[in-house]
Write a protein that binds this ligand. Structure first.
Ligand SMILES: O=C(O)CC1=CCC(=O)O1
Length: 93
């Protein structure tokens, strides 16, 4: 199952810089592990924003929720999820 996810990162300005840097480093490691596992096939920066568009390829809503809620930056994100269905005009489907 494919999901389009928009993540807007809103780290509080008064967060300890060491905590911020450690959280961002852990986020990167977590994201790259999921990319290598094929669960996170697209990760794009939205130009000009501290936000990304991602596509996740997972088995269920529950798996997606488990992955998203495990993001180290999850407490500092607004997350919008859009489930994707096949388009009848897509020649790849
Ligand atoms: O910077 C972001 O958009 C948040 C994020 C998601 C995966 C990652 O490494 O950073």
């Amino acid at each position: 199952m494919l999901y389009h996810v928009r993540m807007d990162v809103r780290i509080p300005h008064d967060l300890d810089p060491d905590v911020r840097d450690d959280t961002i480093a852990r986020e990167k490691a977590y994201a790259q592990e999921l990319q290598r596992a094929g669960k996170w096939p697209h990760l794009w920066r939205i130009a000009g924003e501290y936000a990304n568009f991602s596509v996740f390829d997972v088995e269920s809503h529950d798996e997606l929720h488990q992955i998203l809620s495990g993001l180290p930056l999850f407490p500092y994100m607004d997350v919008q999820v859009t489930p994707l269905a096949k388009h009848p005009s897509d020649i790849n489907n």
